[in-house]
Design a protein around this ligand. Structure first.
Ligand code: 5GP
Length: 204
């Protein structure tokens, strides 16, 4: 089992998971994977930082050549996690964070059974609606779509390992870090320590 963690963060649009991930990066041992997408670059986004942008055709080639650790279609666009960078960072001793949707999360769990899946929840439906309205990115119809999508996503959350409510940003970030610390102490991630001490004791 890997010592480094592969942590998946998902949650309904408007939950604030992006901000949670940004805050987590203040811990320099954590690496946030930059996803690939076939959707248009939005104002304020930076290629190679927010996403790696590809045409749908290029994306399909990346899938068929096995370059994606997971991928999903969301709102008609492809999204996926480039595999090589994740493996490189884990080999370099970093914990890797994936901010991805529920379809991708389940694929990651299949491929990496020790991945840690965390679902971020808004405090309430009314608060989710308020956050979506306040950020002003979607029109009324799109907000209703996001609310409908949130219901479906929460149904999948039962497959996750942890649920954390994002009521207060700092508390939510602390909870994610606590989960990560506890996961690092699982017996299955520390069998080398047990074996080393057993060997020492055998020599006593
Ligand atoms: P947006 O277009 O708003 O940036 O992202 C839309 C959705 O795609 C979000 O729910 C986000 O978590 C998800 N997403 C972003 N990157 C990936 C990825 O690499 N894989 C998957 N499966 N979903 C992603």
């Amino acid at each position: 089992m890997n010592k480094q963690l592969l942590v998946v963060i998902s949650g309904p649009s408007g939950t604030g998971k992006g901000t949670v991930c940004e805050k987590l990066l203040e811990d320099e041992t954590i690496f946030l994977s930059v996803s690939a997408t076939s959707r248009e670059q939005r104002v304020g986004e930076t290629a190679g930082v927010t996403y790696h942008y590809h045409s749908a055709e290029q994306f399909e080639k990346l899938i068929s050549s096995g370059k994606m650790l997971e991928w999903a279609k969301y709102n008609g666009n492809y999204y996926g996690t480039p595999k090589d960078k994740v493996l490189e960072m884990m080999e370099a001793g970093r914990d890797v964070l994936l901010e991805i949707d529920v379809q991708g999360a389940l694929q990651v769990k299949k491929a990496f059974s020790d991945a840690v899946l965390i679902f971020i929840l808004p405090p309430s439906a009314a608060e989710l609606r308020r956050r979506l309205t306040e950020r002003g990115r979607e029109n009324a119809e799109q907000i209703e779509e996001r609310i409908g999508a949130a219901y479906k996503e929460i149904c999948v959350a039962e497959e996750y390992d942890y649920v954390i409510v994002n009521d207060n940003l700092d508390e939510c970030v602390t909870s994610v870090l606590e989960v990560m610390r506890a996961e690092k102490r699982r017996v299955c991630r520390n069998t080398d320590k047990l074996d080393a001490l057993k060997q020492e004791l055998e020599k006593e």
